[in-house]
Design a binder for this molecule. Sequence first.
Ligand code: GDP
Ligand code: MN
Length: 343
Amino acid sequence: SAYYYGITYDPVADVRGGDTSSTSERENAALVALVRNSELKDMQASMIQLENRWNHKYNYPYVFFNDEPFSDEFRRGVQSITKSNITFVTLTHEYWSLPEDIDLVRFMVNLQKNRRRYIYGGKLSYRLMCRFESMLFYKHPALASYKYYWRIEPDVDYYCNINYDPFRYMRTNGLVYGFTIAFSEIKSTIETLWETTKQWIEQNPQYIPEENAADWILDDDGNYNLCHFWSNFEIVDMDFYRSQAYESYVKHLDDAGGYFYERWGDAPIHSIAASILLPKSKIFWFEDIGYRHSNTYVCPSNFEMSYNCFCKKAHSYHRSSCHRKWSDAKGLSRSQFFEKISI
Ligand code: GDP
Ligand code: MN
């Protein structure tokens, strides 16, 4: 047996289907998705894999959000996949509407302009989704009692058996943000996100810690290099999102209107926040959790991790340049950070 992420790992027991981890206790955590009724089949497909690979041993509860009431068909369909408790939430206006201070003319002109410039460029619903995932979901009463969440989506694949509890791993190691894919954002969706972020840093320097992980998201000139953690998979201690610093940051972004005038995504926002507000040691790459979303996937090449996985192309270990940047990045002291971004 080998020592694996702090857990004694027994390959033979695993081949027999044995559970190498304790299942008697759960962390204070939930599996969370925002999803539409029309995505039932794709949601079931994601859940079947997550259950088979992992959650049947833990029975972590699910919380599903929707801007419309969930149909009986959806409720029964997803419940048929799991023994776990599922909470179904219909979002009210405060979670899913255009804020009152958005200039409608400016919004509509930009929507039209961006319709063909980038994917979802003409969609209001996508922007409401990004705003909800950036600054609202963790405040919803349905999640109030939970500390950790794992975001899941319809039509993704989980390729590997997970023989330990990632939530427990987060807690026992004091981790705050866990990811599996790092990727580059489409620049035209976030044209003013970095300058708006810098305004906030200038106005709130007290929130910048003694050391942060911003090195991997900055180019040589101290500008945002577009790298981000792909938030369709993330395991997060929501106390971070509920912190004064994060709340202050996303309020500043919301006041600037960029969710709507541009198309700021929750992924770069979560990632910039985590990288400037946390030391690198609190952010963790779950390299062992092979995962696909749309046509991008990661699948571990390391033997100890890989024989536990079934990947369509086992040879193809996707490492975007952002993954490499993450691996190579150094922690930045406060003064190094301010100097690098010229503040
Ligand atoms: P992408 O991953 O950026 O291509 O965007 P998705 O279309 O996958 O949307 C991200 C998540 O939000 C998915 O889980 C979707 O099911 C969900 N989602 C997106 N738009 C809406 C919406 O208008 N209503 C609901 N209920 N869910 C949505
Ligand atoms: Mn998606």
